[in-house]
Every structure is written in C-alpha cells, then in structure tokens.
Design a protein. Structure first.
Length: 315
C-alpha cells in the first residue's frame, strides 16, 4: 500500500533513472568522509602527464560501449522485418543475454580487483610471473563458469520467467565465451597501461569496434539475432589476439598459452558432448542432469589434480 500511494504508472522507465540516481548518491555519501580529507592543489606537470596517459582511454571506453551495446541497435533497425517483429527479437535477445551475467559479474569483479593489484606489483621482480599466474587462474574459473552454465542451461533458463523467451537460449554459450575472452583482454591490457602505450590500447579498441560493426552487418541478415552474439565473440577474440601479439613485442609476459588452451578446449569439448550426445538421447530430466553433474565434477577433479601438481612446481 505504501508503494501504491506514491507510485506513478506514467513514470515507468523514469524509475530506472531515479534508482541510478539514488545508487550514485549513496556511493557519494559513503565516499564523502574520504573526499573531505583531500587537500586540493593543482600540479600542472602531473596534469599534463595524466592527460597524455588518459585521453586514449576515453576512446577505449567509447569503443567498449559500441562492442557491448550496438548489437541491440542493429537488431532493432537492421533486421529485415517490421519494427514490431524486430522489437520482439530484441526482447528475446536481451532476456537470454542476461543468462551470461554470471560470467560478466566474474569478469567485472576480477577487473576491479586485478588492476590495482597489477599496478601495485609492477615494480616487483616477479611481476610478469604474477600476471601470468593470474591469467591462468582467471581462465580456469572462467571455463568452470562456462561449463556449469552451458550444461545446466535448462535450469538457468527458469531465471527468465516467461517461456516465450527461451527460444533464444542458443545465444548464451557464445556470449559466455565472448565475456570470458573479454576478461582475458582485461588481463592483457595491463601491458599498454604499464608501458604508457594507451594510444595503442585505443587503437585495439577501435579495431574491435569496427569488427563489431562489420560482423553484425554480415551475420544479422544470415542468422538473425544470433549473429549479434557471434559478432561479439569474434570481436573479443580478435582483440585478445591483437593485444597478445603486441604485448609480447612491447612487454613480454610468459602467459601459459598451452595450459589455458587445454582448459578452454576441454570446456568446449564437454559442451559439445552435452549438446550433441546427452541432449540427443532424450533422457529424462534427472538422468540427463545427473550425467551433466558428473561431467562438471569430473572437470573440477581434473583441474584440482592438475593444479596441485602445478602449485608444487611453483613452490
């Protein structure tokens, strides 16, 4: 009743902006005690250095927005359907896109924690080794999330309340892998930040944005809104490859490509076994998901024993 008293139905989307305003105000209030401790003074030398370092990151952020959001506009306006049909497809795409949020949350949480840690270790003698180990374990956790969500998609789909949206579940696996590669790119990006080559980072991001646009233009007319998911995957894989090659040229880090590729390959193989074998057997729900659980536990067991040996080698 209290909510109904103040709720204005015509506001609707406006409440999204109000909720964002309240969230930002709360964050500001929590930070205010620290902000009041800051003594302001202008350092022109530091300002020039910061500006030179930071302005390319604006391009990185803008290109990142293109990679994350432009696919919705392509689905809305570029599919060769009436706008009402395109909006229906966009609704399906957005609903199923949310099932990749577990990978997105993991990637973002890692990013917020890793970047300050990477900068704090940059002067250490073992910094590059630490970066390589960090990447290895990021990929391990990411592949576990992929296998867990992709194999149990028939369980996670109930997070989408309306079954009418389930027709778009096929976009979830490529989006999970795409967000895993985005996290790998975040790991790799430390090289251009530590070497003050942020303009190179802007160039990589711009290339990624171009790939996003071109891939959507090519794939959407062929496979519909699924093309937007695959365009996202192609974009992030391309950015990872470019960034890795430049990293090894300007700031070589001994990433364990072979080990990470094996984990990713096993994850994709397990997904293929589930998609083309287990799901095709028409088993009942409990038997099929018991098999899926055994696959996930087997993968976890393999990781545990393999990483235990790896930890001994590091020791």
């Amino acid at each position: 009743p209290a909510i109904k008293k103040y709720f204005e139905p015509e506001m609707m989307i406006g409440y999204v902006f109000i909720s964002n305003l309240l969230a930002s105000a709360l964050v500001f209030a929590l930070l205010l005690p620290d902000l009041l401790k800051i003594q302001l003074r202008f350092d022109s030398t530091l300002w020039k250095k910061m500006t030179h370092y930071a302005w390319p990151l604006i391009i990185v952020g803008f290109a990142g927005s293109i990679n994350e959001l432009l696919d919705r506009q392509f689905i809305k306006y570029y599919l060769n359907n009436p706008i009402e049909v395109n909006m229906e497809k966009l609704g399906i795409y957005n609903a199923c896109y949310k099932l990749s949020i577990l990978m997105t949350m993991f990637t973002q949480a890692f990013r917020y924690a890793a970047e300050p840690f990477f900068f704090s270790r940059s002067e250490s003698s073992d910094a590059k080794q630490v970066y390589a180990i960090s990447m290895r374990y990021f990929v391990i956790v990411g592949t576990l999330i992929f296998v867990g969500v992709a194999l149990f998609i028939n369980v996670f789909k109930y997070l989408i309340s309306d079954p009418a949206y389930w027709v778009g579940l096929s976009i979830v696996p490529p989006l999970l892998i795409a967000n895993l590669f985005l996290g790998i790119y975040y790991n790799l990006s430390i090289w251009y930040k530590l070497t003050d080559r942020t303009r190179t980072g802007a160039g990589i991001a711009a290339v990624g944005a171009v790939i996003t646009i071109v891939a959507n233009l090519i794939l959407l007319p062929i496979i519909g809104y699924e093309g937007a998911a695959w365009a996202t995957l192609i974009c992030y894989i391309s950015m990872v490859v470019i960034s890795y090659l430049l990293c090894q040229k300007y700031y070589p880090i001994p990433y364990e490509i072979r080990s990470m590729s094996i984990y990713l390959g096993i994850a994709l193989a397990l997904f293929a076994i589930d998609a083309f074998l287990i799901n095709s057997l028409a088993l009942n729900f409990w038997i099929s998901h018991a098999l899926k659980a055994m696959i996930v536990l087997g993968f976890m067991g393999y990781i545990f024993f393999n990483e235990r040996n790896y930890a001994r080698q590091l020791s």
